[in-house]
Design a protein around this ligand. Structure first.
Ligand SMILES: [Zn+2]
Length: 524
């Protein structure tokens, strides 16, 4: 089966794309040839489908290298989405309405509030939740997923009280009465979360498919799920086996479950056309938006410095075991203290396993010194400029001038020669459209127009490279990410050329068709 796409403006962000090419010949699931319409005619036969794309721009499919796919789908299916709540009262009303609408639910689980945008910007507590739903367990996760609030019924169900032993790297907040006030941070989330009835494999699959449709709409044809537990991995493998995935998935299993004592067993390396497993995941700290990322100095107007979640001995040992097995490692690190901790261990691992994948997820506040060490020790980064849009207000509230002036420093990272990619960390952000991430990388503006570390701006071309070719590279992929002969035919048709679109119009740029594996998977 051959398809000739012609009258296209081809855009590929890498050296070597043939000048003057405006046609693409697809054979089965591969890009067979690129050239002018006339040049490709000898390869065309009577059965070749010919498509005139009317001058539209064609570029490689976008690749989100850090997106919690099933959680994106969960908020469209089984979990109450609180991301629109503009006040504590609105959040509580939403939960109350949901309880009335679904009275048979045993638990109410919700996610997405961000108190930084509220006039009274305090975190909700159990007493707030008790007022609206007293009788059944309620568990509400902050947008960052590093902080959650449980009501009294949930704490009781989980057997959590002032005497409960808190796991390393976690915090259980107490009220004036000495009892838990319902707020849990980092690994302490597991104290309650582990008692919520788990989703079934079937539900997980349903969530993944719900997320996929939105991914297609944004032109995302490849994605990395950076926190896969054993049941989700089974679901992914079964979907892959059944040909149901429909996008290139890089699954990164976690080894240390929240609130658990024992690590999960190391997963097996796996590679197929749609599913790849070549890396395992650790969390070294929390997030900036909720002041749980581990900093060397305190947060602005606060005595807090965040939470360092890993113990060096165990981390080093697990990294070694993974690397010995041929797996790479990816570690969540946002604050400067966490980044230093991770870079130090990665340097040791570089000496032992120089060719392995060693990624830092987020890389919010690295110092110059860390960037030099990353460049010298083959450490890559998956970063989220898209945070600037939705969470910029939190950064401005919690970070002093010095920290703010160097947060998510993508330009410095590239100037140091570090391999980096962009991603969304959705559902931490509500809108994970990569063109919003590109806009934030170029404009460095938050949703209110505030400039954040303006000196770290990169070009549209660079940002798109970070969402395509670089994204494939940091995942250890050679089969897609560019328009090139022999590559998998995963690409998108855009209504306009992003390189000549004014930057303010970039977030609205529309995908017309999303192609995966040589076929149109989604059409506007
Ligand atoms: Zn994440």
């Amino acid at each position: 089966m051959k398809t000739l796409i012609h009258n296209a403006a081809l855009l590929s962000f890498q050296e070597g794309l043939r000048k003057g090419g405006n046609a693409l010949l697809i054979e089965n699931n591969l890009i067979r040839a690129i050239g002018s319409y006339d040049e490709l005619q000898p390869l065309v036969d009577g059965n070749t489908l010919q498509i005139d794309v009317d001058g539209r721009t064609i570029m490689p499919g976008l690749n989100d290298t850090h997106i919690h796919i099933w959680k994106v789908g969960n908020l469209k299916t089984y979990m109450l989405d609180l991301r629109g709540a503009s006040s504590l009262e609105e959040m509580l009303d939403t939960i109350r309405d949901y309880d009335r609408k679904y009275p048979d639910l045993e638990w109410i689980v919700a996610r997405g509030f961000n108190e930084a945008g509220w006039t009274n910007n305090r975190l909700p507590e159990k007493k707030d939740l008790d007022k609206i739903v007293p009788g059944k367990p309620v568990y509400v996760i902050r947008t960052c997923a590093h902080i959650a609030v449980a009501n009294t019924a949930a704490l009781q169900f989980a057997g959590v009280n002032a005497a409960t032993k808190i796991p390393d790297g976690g915090v259980m907040h107490l009220g004036d009465d000495g009892e838990p006030n319902g707020i849990l941070s980092e690994t302490a989330l597991g104290l309650v979360a582990n008692h919520i009835p788990p989703y079934t494999k079937q539900q997980l699959k349903h969530m993944v498919l719900a997320a996929r449709n939105e991914m297609y709409r944004y032109g995302i044809t490849a994605a990395t799920d950076p926190a896969v537990d054993p049941l989700l991995l089974e679901a992914y493998k079964e979907m892959n086996e059944a040909g149901e995935l429909g996008f290139r998935l890089n699954a990164i299993p976690i080894l240390l479950p929240d609130g658990g004592e024992e690590p999960y067993p190391l997963p097996e390396l796996f590679e197929s056309s749609f599913l790849r497993l070549n890396t395992v995941k650790f969390f070294s700290d929390g997030g900036l938006s909720g002041k749980t990322a581990a900093l060397k100095r305190t947060y602005k107007n606060s005595t807090e410095r965040g939470v360092l979640r890993l113990v060096a001995g165990q981390y080093r040992q697990l990294c070694k075991l993974a690397l010995e097995k041929g797996l790479g490692i990816a570690t969540h690190a946002i604050g400067d203290a966490a980044i230093e901790f991770v870079v130090d261990i990665y340097k040791e691992m570089h000496a032992l396993f120089p060719n392995s994948i060693r990624r830092i997820e987020h890389l919010g506040l690295p110092e110059q010194k860390h960037l030099q060490e990353m460049a010298g020790n083959g450490i890559s980064a998956s970063m989220q400029t898209i945070f600037l849009s939705e969470l910029g207000k939190n950064f401005i509230r919690y970070l002093d001038e010095d920290y703010l002036s160097r947060c998510y420093p993508v330009k410095s990272v590239l100037d140091h020669g570090i391999l980096a990619a962009l991603s969304s960390d959705a559902p931490v952000v509500n809108n994970f459209n990569p063109f919003k991430g590109v806009y934030a990388a170029v404009s460095r503006k938050d949703d209110q127009g505030n400039l954040i570390a303006g000196g770290e701006a990169i070009s549209i071309r660079e940002a798109l490279q970070l969402y395509t070719g670089n994204a494939a590279k940091i995942s250890g992929v050679k089969e897609f990410g560019k328009l090139e002969e022999g590559m998998l035919a995963d690409f998108i048709e855009l209504e306009k050329d992003p390189l000549s679109t004014p930057i303010d119009e970039i977030p609205e740029l529309k995908v017309v068709n999303t192609w995966v594996d040589g076929k149109i998977a989604w059409s506007a």
